[in-house]
Design a protein around this ligand. Sequence first.
Ligand code: MN
Length: 131
Amino acid sequence: MSLVEHHPKNPTARGPAEWFTGDVFIDTIARGHGDTPLSVAHVHFTLGARTAWHSHKAGQTLYVTEGEGRVQARGGPVAVIRPGEVVVTAPGEWHWHGAAPGHLMTHLAVSEGDATWGEHVSDTEYLADPP
Ligand code: MN
């Protein structure tokens, strides 16, 4: 019996328009099972693309691998995120993340449990200058 499972690459999925603004491409790496299943995905945001406002039942960790991005928690300032940086979102905290204006951004997303999705991030919110 092999101790290693070698899976072929899944096709890249397009991020659904209900959950994202702009063109987003998702490579799912791992998907778990249970009450708060762990999922790992490599998420590619094109210029201007971002998630809608959302929260994760058991939190999320992002690891930026390419480009320049933006992240914002509800009620907080927009923050710049760059490769090598880690963003930890607490369970139930409303936030969005995406590419910085004029840049691509790719991150690994390690999420636990379902996400709850809200309204799209407006251009006014998206284009706010980081402090
Ligand atoms: Mn998130």
